[in-house]
Structures are given as C-alpha cells and as structure tokens.
Design a protein around this ligand. Structure first.
Ligand code: MG
Length: 299
C-alpha cells in the first residue's frame, strides 16, 4: 500500500493505492471512523493531518481497507475521476538534507568523504509534485539532479537514540534534491552557506507516494536510479550510505526537535549531472515507484 495526495478540480484528497486502484482515503476514513468511537472526532484532510494525529501507519491503512471490504463499500471509495498528483507532504514542516552521504558522490565533486553528517536545509517553497515542472532559473548556468531516498518523520523527537529514531520513521518517498551547482561552488569558495543554490522554487520534486515503513522490506537495501530523457544518469543502493538513516535522525534530533511530517533527504549516489529546459527526469526507487518531472525555462 502506498499513500499519496491528489486533487480533482482544485480540491485535495488523501489517496491510498490498493490492488483495486486508488482509494479516496478521505472518504474511506469517514466511513471507517463513523463506526469507530476512538476516531470519530478526527478530521483528516492531508497526510500531515494523519501524521500529526499519530495515525499514519500500515496497520491503520490495512484496517480501513479491510473494513471497507467487509462492508462492501470499497467500490464506492475508488477514485474514478481524473486526478492531479499533489506533493505527498506539505505545510508547516522542516526539510533537512544530507550532503556527501555516499562516498563516490563526494569524490565526483572533488570532496573527500567524511564520517560526520553534513546537514543543510531546504525550504518548503522548493517542494514540487510528481509530474510538476522544474523551473530552470534564468541566471543560473548549471543545475544538477540528485535522486535521494526521503524519510518522513512520524513522531516528535528530541535527543533520540538510534532505536527511538528508527521507531519514529513513518515512511519513505523519493526526492530529487535539485541544485544550482555553479552557485553552490561559488558560495562554498567564499565559505558561505550553500542555502541559495538549494532553494529555488521547484527544486525539490517529491513523491509520487509515501510508502509506510511497514511495507518497505529493507530501507538499507533499495536500488535508486535516475534517467534523463530515457538515458541512465545515476544508479545506486541505499546500502552505500556513509551514515545510516537512524544515525542521521538521531544526530539531527541532538540539535533541533523533529516533528511529524518533517522530511530527511538522505543524500545522493554518484552520477549527478546537468539538466536543461526540455528534459524529462524519471527517478525510481525500489518498492516506492517513479517520480517524473520535466524541466522548463524561467524565461
Ligand atoms: Mg543532495
């Protein structure tokens, strides 16, 4: 089961991919919660609502699905209209990203890999849904793609050890940490933070789905592949991360508190390269799916 956000005529819904199709989870939830006094007062309009209510779990999605089947209401909740993908998470969240978390990628940009995590932030204006257009900024001469596994936080965390960090993961998604490489290099050479180069509008395509952690066999062994116009650019496996996912979450929680809905971008494998207006990018991670975006010029 995979979870998404989608819209029809501008109205947003939570979706759940099941073998019969895409379930309108917002409607399914109404039917389920009406008969469940524990949940009857909770309104769920987004994945962030689900996460903040502590309800984002493989078990709950399975329970709702089974309940609808039992009541013969599944068909009624299947989405039959054409829909647009929305970002799987948005709103008041933090986005923390890792630099150089794969040795071969650190080396391809002329950096020696180091063991301590290097963390930077991406701002929420960067988030772009599946099928959205990446806007190539007018004055920038090199923009690169970076496929990464995105981790969605499901609980409040402060000073967490790795065991608690692991328990706080809600699910996984695909992100493309788009980067204005020339601007980043210029800022690094001046010993400035590289915030500017990472935070142009649309520089974080994300989705199409969040897969609840219960449905990912082993997050430390997922293949990642990114193609541009059908040609392979990046290939890697999450087993090659320098810092493991729980260790990174634990590390971050040592200096800021993490909240439900926060996203950790876990670093990119080697093969980063420039994109240009007109390109189509497909970023695929095992067990999650393919995130597709095109590039358009700002001009
Ligand atoms: Mg990156």
């Amino acid at each position: 089961m995979k979870v998404l956000m989608y819209s029809v005529s501008g109205k947003k819904y939570i979706g759940l991919c099941v073998k019969e199709g895409t379930l309108n989870f917002s409607l399914a939830w109404k039917i389920y919660s009406a008969e469940n006094p524990n949940h009857s007062h909770i309104e769920l309009l987004s994945n962030l609502d689900l996460l903040e209510a502590g309800l984002f779990s493989g078990k709950l999605f399975t329970d709702v699905y089974m309940h609808l089947k039992k009541l013969s209401q599944l068909e009624k909740c299947l989405e039959k209209r054409e829909f647009t993908f929305e970002p799987p998470i948005s709103g008041s969240i933090k986005i923390l990203a890792l630099a150089r978390n794969y040795r071969a990628h650190a080396r391809e940009l002329g950096n020696e890999p180091i063991e301590e995590p290097i963390i930077f932030t991406k701002t929420s204006n960067t988030i772009l849904p599946h099928n959205g257009d990446i806007i190539y900024p007018e004055k920038i001469t090199r923009v690169d793609h970076e496929i990464e596994l995105g981790v969605i936080i499901g609980k409040k965390l402060k000073y967490a050890d790795e065991e608690d960090a692991k328990k706080a993961i809600a699910g996984y998604t695909i992100v493309n940490d788009v980067t204005a490489r020339d601007l980043q290099k210029a800022d690094i050479s001046k010993q400035w933070p590289w915030l500017r180069s990472k935070n142009f509008d649309t520089f974080l395509p994300m989705g199409p789905y969040i897969v609840p952690k219960e449905f990912i066999k082993d997050p430390n062994n997922l293949n990642l592949q990114l193609d541009v116009n059908g040609k392979k650019r990046q290939m890697g496996n999450t087993s090659c991360m320098i810092n493991s996912i729980p260790s990174v979450i634990s590390y971050i929680s040592g200096f800021l508190s993490l909240s439900p809905g926060d996203v950790i971008c876990t670093g990119t494998p080697e093969g980063v390269a420039p994109i240009k207006a007109g390109d189509t990018i497909n970023a695929t991670i095992d067990e999650i799916g393919t995130l597709s975006n095109s590039v358009i010029s700002e001009k």
